[in-house]
Design a binder for this molecule. Structure first.
Ligand code: ZN
Length: 346
């Protein structure tokens, strides 16, 4: 352990000296990194994604959405409840997927969806006359049809329930074998993973009302290739089986990582498997997580904007080499963050 922390702090210092100063534009150095102290900074590097871009060599974080139409897409299915209309914006909901539904009608005041034993509240995201909810299917959810019940309340006090059937389909996940190095063998103990999931569940168990994302949706946190996919079944050292809760992005140590969208930092600290880890609460049950950092640049409770640098890539936790693990949790379910970054969101 001592050797490892010595190694880590040496790498950390080296990074500060060689990496960070060389990578950041002059303007950013003045605000955060010019003090030469290796403590994680709580101030932001830059309020705009453009100014936070590294100037040489490093892959540049993207400031554009990966895709996605700007306008509201046409509903795939419309169900009329009499006074309220339920619109389903997707054809199928894969395991680990997110689907948008909306409710509209004269005098609609609020609505709540009941789907696979959970309540998902509708929210007024755009002031466009629709209330929206994000439906999710757990990565382990059996592929079949499930009832969706939407309870609508009108301004005059009346209520109405609109029902539909949603089909959950298989996620088409792949399986891979991984080797965890000897010095981190304790991290394949299923109890360590269980304890970490319990910690995370407490972080994600919070519906806040402000919507953190904007028309750009969720941006890639670094401009790099997506490598290991979401949902992958991982067999560690031929013994333990686990699921990949996010996507891996290729990176060396020391690449500035940007917030995918605006929100509030819900967690910033060390976890066993995720290493130095940051979670951002984007509101309405949507969270993004960024793992294995060498440095964290934000603190819990801090407001962040899309594109703001929140930390620096590294190799901490259960990692077999430097990379960025990027993940998303919605309604308590791990969902495919790369898919969500490409889809239309209310
Ligand atoms: Zn990963």
């Amino acid at each position: 352990m001592r050797n490892r922390s010595l190694l880590l702090s040496s790498a950390f210092l080296l990074l500060m000296v060689l990496g960070v100063f060389a990578l950041l534009p002059a303007a950013a150095q003045g605000t955060t990194f010019a003090t030469n102290t290796p403590e994680p900074s709580t101030s932001e590097v830059s309020p705009t994604p453009e100014a936070a871009l590294p100037t040489n060599g490093t892959p540049q974080p993207t400031t554009e959405p990966t895709a996605g139409p700007p306008g509201r897409p046409t509903a795939r299915e419309t169900v009329s409840g009499g006074r309220a209309t339920l619109e389903i914006m997707f054809e199928r909901l894969p395991q680990g997927g997110v689907g948008v539904v909306s409710v509209s009608g004269d005098g609609v005041e609020s609505a709540s969806a009941r789907f696979i034993n959970r309540n998902m509240p509708f929210f007024d995201a755009r002031g466009d006359g629709y209330l929206y909810a994000l439906l999710t299917a757990n990565i382990e959810q059996s592929a079949r049809a499930y009832p969706l019940e939407v309870a609508v309340t009108f301004a005059d006090g009346e209520t109405e329930t609109v029902t539909a059937e949603i089909t959950v389909t298989g996620g088409g996940f792949i399986s891979s074998a991984f080797t965890v190095p000897d010095d981190r063998l304790y991290l394949i103990d299923p109890e360590v993973e269980r304890a970490e999931f319990a910690r995370l569940a407490a972080v994600f168990d919070n519906f806040t009302d402000a919507r953190g994302w904007d028309e750009r949706g969720f941006l890639l946190p670094i401009a790099s290739a997506l490598t290991a996919p979401f949902g992958e079944v991982r067999v560690l050292n031929d013994t333990v089986q686990t699921r990949h809760t996010g996507w891996d992005l290729r990176a060396t140590v020391g690449v500035p990582v940007m917030a995918s969208a605006g929100g509030t930092v819900a967690f910033a600290g060390l976890m066993d498997i995720r290493g130095n880890y940051v979670v951002i609460d984007h509101g309405h049950g949507v969270y993004t997580g960024y793992a294995h950092f060498s440095q964290i640049h934000v603190t819990r409770g801090q407001e962040v904007t899309a594109g703001q640098v929140i930390g620096v890539t590294g190799d901490t936790g259960r990692s077999s080499g430097p990379h960025l693990h990027w993940e998303m949790n919605v309604n308590g379910d791990w969902v495919d963050v790369a898919n969500v970054s490409r889809m239309w969101l209310p």
